[in-house]
Design a protein around this ligand. Structure first.
Ligand code: CP
Length: 307
């Protein structure tokens, strides 16, 4: 593959290969001296039209560890503010002979559009409400590290499913890996007319928690709500908020996940987010390892990681 746009075009074997490649990358990440010469001479550009802390920084860190040169387009300070189109911006980057563009954009489909137009590789760092494949891959890596093979594992994902690109990529991949997925949320954020790829949906979190191996809270995307939030934040938190007390219902040592950024006290309480069950910080660490693996697989050629 030249690009990574979403998980639909990857086979289960290809997903497993990415996760397997990420394991030694995590070991490299833990070293005191972690700089490798593997991708010396390659360049990776981050083109982010939406805000990001984790995705942008972890791609930059991942590329740097592998020895690639990196640059960041601060969209507000770039010629985008003078009206330059997305395509002209991307072609300008390509004219500088970059090898890989990581793009985040508020509109669904933008990463795919760029991938068709550019000979450089394109990684989707999140496009609108469509897809966030690298988040899903780091989620799978984290689940697998704690739970083993995902075949048959019960994964409950709760929250703002309607606006979430994270959930869409997670469902695509988790189905391929044979997990049992349950999506939970209020009817306003889990509309019945949407296509959930055949996974179970529910409006009752407490009913779905027993037996859950992992519970993932999604952020309430208040910036994407068109006409205010219903139910109210207080009611949402009472019905769908995750807490230590509520999680006792799983009857297991369930792991708690959140893609970040969190609204503490809304979709998850601090006592749970900071508990031993929480793997939220581990997800961030694993995000660097998984992105190292992806960059390496896309532009590293066939050589092994120089050790
Ligand atoms: N999870 C995630 O995509 O976080 P950022 O928006 O900080 O990149």
């Amino acid at each position: 593959h030249k690009d990574l746009l979403d998980l639909d075009i990857l086979t289960a074997e290809e997903i497993k290969h990415i996760l397997k490649t990420a394991a030694p990358m995590k070991e490299i990440l833990a070293r005191p001296n972690k700089k490798l010469p593997t991708l010396r001479g390659k360049s990776v550009v981050m083109l982010f039209y939406e805000n990001s802390t984790r995705t942008r920084t972890s791609f930059e860190t991942a590329a740097k560890i592998l020895g690639a040169d990196t640059s960041n387009i601060a969209v507000a300070q770039s010629s985008v503010s003078k009206g330059e189109t997305l395509l002209d911006t991307a072609k300008t980057l390509q004219a500088m002979k970059v090898d890989l563009v990581v793009i985040r954009h508020g509109s669904s489909g933008v990463a795919g559009f760029l991938a068709d137009e550019l000979s450089a590789g394109v990684i989707n760092g999140g496009d609108g409400q469509h897809a966030h494949p690298t988040q899903a891959l780091l989620d799978f890596f984290t689940m697998q590290e704690r739970l083993g093979e995902l075949q048959g594992k019960k994964i409950v994902i709760v929250g703002d499913v309607l606006h979430s690109r994270v959930v869409r990529s997670n469902v695509l991949g988790l189905k391929k890996l044979g997990a049992e997925v349950v999506l939970v949320g209020p009817p306003t954020l889990l509309p019945s007319e949407m296509n959930y790829l055949g996974v179970k949906t529910s409006y009752d979190l407490d009913k779905e928690l027993p037996g859950a191996d992992a519970v993932m809270a999604l952020r309430l995307q208040l910036e994407r709500q068109q006409s205010g939030l219903f139910p109210s934040i207080r009611e949402y938190s009472r019905l769908y908020g995750l807490s230590l007390e509520r999680l006792k219902q799983t009857g297991k040592d369930t792991i708690i996940m959140h893609p970040g950024p969190m609204n503490r006290g809304v979709e998850i309480t601090s006592d749970l987010a900071d508990s031993v069950q929480s793997v939220i910080e581990e997800q961030v660490t694993n995000g660097v390892a998984v992105r190292m693996a992806l960059i390496y697989l896309l532009i590293g050629g066939t050589g092994s990681v120089v050790d």
